[in-house]
Design a protein around this ligand. Structure first.
Ligand code: FSO
Ligand code: SF4
Length: 552
């Protein structure tokens, strides 16, 4: 195996024996092969689009399948074997549909060559495993082309996750689907130039903005606009179900089905911001958030005592102490962990197995008491825009520091806690994603009633930060987003964060600090291009960065 798609990759080079995330060699290689077949499907889909065929179903298939290969989503080899077989069928079915329509339209058979990603085929597991050895990231020999192809692929994985979430809520965007196909097909193009790939990488940024806008619309249309909310972080005395990940539709159906059962529902990790949506506040038994960021889950899940549902990443290979209380759903999977199957024909998911199990469980052990603030998404912040602008003009707010992104295990991420504490009282932290767990429980106070940590929500709600930055730019009559008193100190972990980073670059944001390390998949030359074009830098010491942030 060779995997370097996340920030925790071994030695900041690549995982070669087993993933730091727990992914083993077999699963890593099967994921490579699935991505390879999906690339072939994208090539056929692009051709089919050229002759006017509708390939929305195939684009959605690509989105859902790519999502399963993101870090900490799915660790189940059997699922990948089944998906590889199925993806070949989807690809080959589309190829037949395309070639017959082509012949009908043109009066002769399609003569073009298909790449191996389109023609390779086998239902034999041993053959699949053999093939998987040859299609990993290292199969591209040119280091810079490999780097750009992987940067593009990881950006596409992030877009795929957001498109999949939006689709669950019945919202789709043609441009997003088109780019999933175009971008993925580009990664198997013969001899693509650096410029072509860089162009596609920028388009991935543009498409991420569209995908995040789409998901924002999907979430707010259905659940209302998040409101500032003090979210309870203490434990109650009834048995509970802890729901983690990012899927709000799963939460909706779980809350409906647990109503009146005597079971409390708590959010974990990236589900925390759900507590601030008007729709979810209607449920009295949705009682707050339990625990910290994803990497705290082994400790949190053990102490929770009740049932845990993982709707998306980040899943850590479970400990025996809570394995029999864990369920997965959606793109998530782990061997021997029961999986709640997808909705079929408009029916809801069936969470009755979780409810039955939860009834037998003890209430959660209390980890902490009090509240954390959430719900500062675009509508809330824009509703107090006048107040914010006055505070900037009056000098009460000197700087906004965007500290969005992901959290992770590494000790060096203390940097974000220390920086949050060191930032002076006239600064406001804008956050989204699980990065917030590094400082959202600190008492950093407020500026004239505006909290010093404004949490917009999940990683995809970074879109709100973009809307707020653009609104401030308008309000101050500025031409350039970089003239705002905003510094960007982003932490990253998995591939959704890669797409959010590309979105910021596409929007022209310069001088982003990215940490705790630059991605291992950036070759020295590609890193140099990003530094020259966008002034990307890695984090330094808190003292150094603080001085630069405040001086800039
Ligand atoms: Fe975090 Fe995990 Fe939301 Fe990621 S829980 S790390 S970028 O999956 O998606 O922020
Ligand atoms: Fe390693 Fe990250 Fe890949 Fe897991 S996802 S194998 S930790 S690079």
């Amino acid at each position: 195996m060779y995997c370097f798609q996340c920030q925790e990759t071994s030695r900041n080079e690549g995982c070669t024996v087993v993933g730091i995330c727990g992914k083993d060699d077999e699963v890593a290689r099967l994921q490579d092969l699935l991505v390879y077949v999906l690339k072939g499907l994208a090539v056929v889909a692009a051709k089919a689009q050229d002759i006017g065929q509708d390939v929305q179903a195939e684009a959605l298939y690509i989105a859902h399948s790519l999502f399963s290969t993101i870090t900490n989503v799915n660790f189940d080899a059997e699922i990948f074997i089944a998906r590889i077989a199925d993806a070949q069928k989807v690809r080959d079915h589309l190829r037949v549909r395309f070639t017959s329509a082509f012949e009908e339209q043109n009066g002769h058979a399609y003569q073009g060559d298909w790449p191996d990603a389109v023609t390779w085929s086998s239902a034999d597991v041993a053959v699949m495993k053999e093939k998987a050895q040859t299609v990993g990231v290292m199969s591209e020999r040119n280091e810079d082309i490999r780097s750009l192809k992987e940067l593009l692929t990881y950006g596409l994985k992030g877009i795929a996750a957001y498109a999949d979430h939006a689709d669950v809520l019945s919202q789709q965007d043609e441009d997003v689907f088109n780019f999933l196909i175009e971008g993925l097909a580009m990664t198997v193009k013969d001899n693509p130039s650096v410029d072509e790939l860089l162009g596609a990488v920028m388009k991935a940024g543009e498409t991420t903005v569209k995908a995040m806008a789409l998901l924002d619309r999907a979430n707010t249309d259905r659940y209302g606009h998040p409101e500032p909310t003090a979210v309870n972080i203490g434990a109650k005395n009834r048995p509970g179900i802890l729901i983690s990940g990012h899927d709000l539709k799963d939460l909706e159906e779980l809350l409906e089905q647990t109503q009146g059962t005597g079971i409390d529902v708590y959010s974990h990790g990236e589900m925390l911001p759900a507590n601030s949506y008007p729709f979810f506040k209607k449920f009295d038994h949705f009682v707050g958030n339990y625990g910290g960021a994803w990497h705290d889950q082994t400790k949190d899940f053990e102490a929770f005592n009740g049932v845990i549902l993982l709707t998306t990443n980040c899943l850590v290979p479970p400990n025996d102490s809570y394995k029999d209380r864990l369920f997965t759903t959606g793109a998530v999977g782990f061997p021997e962990i029961p999986h709640i199957v997808d909705r079929k024909n408009g029916a809801k998911k069936d969470f009755s197995a979780l409810i039955e199990r939860a009834r037998t469980c003890a209430p959660p052990t209390s980890l902490e008491e009090g509240t954390v603030m959430s719900g500062f998404a675009r509508q809330t912040v824009l509703s107090v825009a006048d107040k914010v602008i006055d505070a900037v003009k009056g000098g009460q707010i000197k700087k906004f520091v965007v500290m969005a992104g992901c959290d992770g295990r590494q000790q060096t991420r203390d940097y974000y806690t220390n920086l949050a504490q060191a930032l002076p009282q006239d600064t406001v932290i804008l956050t989204a994603g699980c990065a917030k767990y590094r400082y959202n429980k600190l008492d950093l106070g407020n500026i004239g009633g505006i909290p010093r940590v404004l949490d917009a929500g999940q990683c995809n709600d970074s879109y709100s930060l973009v809307v707020v930055a653009n609104a401030l730019k308008e309000a101050f009559g500025l031409e350039n987003i970089n003239d705002l008193p905003i510094a960007y100190d982003i932490s990253w972990y998995e591939q959704k964060a890669v797409s959010v980073l590309l979105a910021l670059l596409y929007l022209g944001v310069k001088g982003i600090r990215l940490g705790p390390t630059l991605p291992a998949f950036l070759s020295p030359n590609v890193a140099k291009v990003l530094v020259e074009m966008f002034g990307i830098q890695t984090i330094g010491t808190v003292e150094q960065d603080l001085a630069e942030i405040m001086a800039g």
